[in-house]
Design a protein around this ligand. Structure first.
Ligand SMILES: CC(C)(CO)[C@@H](O)C(=O)NCCC(=O)N/C=C\S
Length: 204
């Protein structure tokens, strides 16, 4: 589809827009260091435009200068909304997105989403998510966290909402532990996104 300049948030009325809008949610796993790689890979899918929503903790793992697309975080919500007639950022973002990709999804945010906690911009977007739109998530956490029984319970909750898991893989983790908990490879994530975009008739 024709390359169209991304309309700034707040001017987006609901209804059709050109391009495929992918919203990447990034949380505080060390796997967030892969965000620049993931974003540039997504931008190579024809017609895809990317916005990023980051938690505060995630920002420790990448540099904003390595992210060539708009990145929103908690303060943007409050900068944009000062009076009732102002746009609400997490609602504008849910309207803008055709697909949401939570990569990496850390243990903390997995827990919040599975129980409906929405105490920051990212979890508010997810809490308001239109379940007719695809939401993919890539768990990433220390092996000991992964092995705790609550992890499987919470992932099952997300799958029951209709979200798609891109399973973690076994690796020697940066903290030296060996085992499950590493985020899926970026190439795997990109293939899954393309597959889902085709299934949703967003990508030909
Ligand atoms: C960072 C990367 C991608 C390097 O290959 C890999 O180790 C990973 O996904 N780790 C995420 C697991 C994690 O958050 N560990 C936190 C403490 S061990």
């Amino acid at each position: 589809s024709a390359q169209c300049s991304p309309a700034p948030i707040g001017t987006e009325l609901t209804g059709s827009h050109c391009g495929i809008h992918v919203l990447v949610g990034v949380t505080g796993s060390v796997a967030a260091l892969k965000l620049p790689l993931l974003v540039s890979g997504l931008l190579q899918i024809p017609g895809v435009q990317v916005y990023v929503v980051s938690t505060e903790k995630a920002k420790h793992f990448f540099s904003m200068k390595d992210i060539a697309v708009p990145l929103y975080s908690d303060q943007d919500e409050w900068k944009m909304w000062t009076k009732c007639s102002d746009p609400v950022l997490h609602i504008e973002l849910r309207r803008w997105a055709d697909l949401m990709l939570l990569a990496p999804l850390d243990a903390n945010t997995l827990g919040k989403i599975s129980s409906g906690i929405c105490d920051n911009l990212l979890t508010c977007v997810v809490r308001a998510w239109d379940l007719q739109k695809p939401l993919l998530f890539c768990p990433a956490m220390n092996t000991a966290m992964w092995n705790h029984p609550i992890t499987e319970q919470q992932i099952l909750h997300l799958c029951n909402f209709g979200y798609t898991e891109i399973p973690c893989i076994a690796k020697k983790l940066v903290c030296g532990d060996e085992g499950l908990g590493a985020m899926a490879e970026v190439s795997t994530i990109l293939e899954k996104v393309k597959e889902v975009l085709k299934e949703s008739n967003l990508l030909v």
